[in-house]
Design a protein around this ligand. Structure first.
Ligand code: NAD
Ligand code: MG
Length: 392
């Protein structure tokens, strides 16, 4: 029986992970669940899955959860604060950690799981964007098993013979990330100026958390994924292509030197990569609708438009620059997306803010965690100041 900790259990990926686990009670048991402050949802998950521990970062909400669980006769122990996230990620009884916290907040608990040599299922792409070098070194040093959950990276992983060798030695020419293009794929620059947070969060193919939905709409998600791919597969930014594929059936591809291109396909549902990583190297069933290509009929592909969606270009530049540049871009973007969701800025301001913060900050990175975290907080400060300046 595999014991599982889910960091970010109340989110979109967290809930899909629980849905997969529920189908296989003979194989997986929930050891711990964690969220930021979603008391009601975590309470329901605790009642259903009976974890040993539940964590809420928010202390007051954690106190209320403990009272509610006690009144319900539950034996789940409630912990509070960010340190508790690291505790449940590294407990000796835990076999698998699903890293599904949103944003840079996921870095330290995910790193704790890596340092405790766990099997880590990585949804939190921001960990790699922020601290990819250090993170991948920790995976190696601590012999952790890292499995990508992001559907594109999971697809690439499935199309590679192994990940132990450098990709060029396996005959890989490049990897191709597919992107749906998001809800505004066909919008003109003028139309993009007026889009609302509700429109940005209504993704045509995937049901996801708000932040990643906005990132998908701005193409920043693909930019973050490009940086994620460079670290996960030890490749250069120029070996990562991006192609728009509106149907989201091909989740990504690997292009080999002999002319072969391997693609992984399936209906767009995160339960597939989650089940793949949970059971790897075996396979388990999911409730995902089987793919019927005759029904789908047509698969389309277009080049990305970096004029209307400049975030992808910014990410490519930050990846090439290296050092703390990706951490700065990620932090600026998190602040900008929050401001857009709060109605403080327009959608088209997101790339402008990201670009301005990237150009304003002298990025220094000693390669240590402290300098990365310092770059992250400095970028947040600068982004907040830029937003105050342009705020609606
Ligand atoms: P979400 O917003 O639905 O859920 C986020 C979860 O993280 C919630 O449980 C929330 O309580 C928790 N959380 C947020 N801030 C926190 C903090 N400061 N401390 C502790 N916990 C915190 O997000 P999501 O869509 O499930 O995405 C989670 C991660 O997975 C992101 O990194 C995202 O990029 C990645 N991802 C998501 C999808 C998807 O389909 N949703 C696909 C690929 C990758
Ligand atoms: Mg993805």
């Amino acid at each position: 029986m595999q014991q599982i900790t889910i960091l970010g259990s109340t989110g979109s990926i967290g809930c899909s992970t629980l849905a997969v686990i529920k189908e296989h009670p003979d194989k997986y048991q929930v050891f711990a669940l964690a969220a930021n402050q979603q008391l009601e949802k975590l309470f329901q998950q605790c009642v259903e899955f009976k974890p040993r521990y539940a964590v809420l970062v928010n202390e007051a909400a954690a106190g209320q959860l403990a009272e509610r669980l006690k009144a319900a006769g539950s034996i789940t122990v409630v912990l509070a604060g960010t340190q508790a996230l690291e505790t449940i990620a590294s407990e000796p009884q835990v076999n698998v950690v699903m890293a599904a916290i949103m944003g840079a907040a996921g870095l330290l608990p995910t790193l704790a799981a890596v340092k405790a040599s766990k099997k880590v299922l990585l949804a939190n792409k921001e960990s790699l964007v922020l601290a990819g070098k250090l993170f991948m070194k920790a995976v190696k040093d601590h012999k952790a098993t890292l499995l990508p959950i992001d559907s594109e990276h999971n697809a690439i992983f499935q199309c590679l013979p192994c990940t132990q060798q450098p990709l060029t030695e396996m005959g890989v020419r490049k990897v191709v990330l597919t992107a749906s293009g998001g809800p505004f794929r066909t919008y003109s620059s003028a139309e993009l100026r007026a889009v609302t947070p509700e429109q940005a969060c209504a993704h045509p193919n995937w049901s996801m958390g708000q932040k990643i939905s906005v990132d998908s709409a701005s193409m920043m998600n693909k930019g973050l994924e490009l940086i994620e791919a460079c670290h996960l597969f030890a490749i250069k930014p120029e070996q990562v292509d991006v192609v728009i594929h509106p149907q989201s059936i091909i989740h990504s591809m690997v292009d080999y030197v002999d002319g072969s291109v391997l693609a992984q396909m399936g209906n767009p549902d995160m339960c597939t990569p989650i089940a793949h990583a949970l059971a790897w190297p075996n396979r388990i069933s999911t409730a995902v609708k089987p793919l019927n290509l005759v029904d789908i009929c047509q698969l389309d592909f277009y080049p990305p438009d970096e004029q209307r969606f400049p975030c992808l270009k910014l990410a490519r530049e930050a990846a090439a620059e290296g050092g703390a540049a990706p951490a700065v871009l990620n932090a600026a973007n998190e602040v900008a997306v929050e401001a857009f969701l709060a109605g403080t800025i327009r959608f088209v301001d997101i790339p402008l803010i990201n670009e301005e913060v990237l150009s304003k900050l002298e990025v220094q990175d000693s390669g240590e965690l402290e300098s990365i975290l310092a770059a992250d907080s400095k970028a947040r400060e600068v982004a907040t100041a830029v937003i105050k300046h342009i705020g609606l």
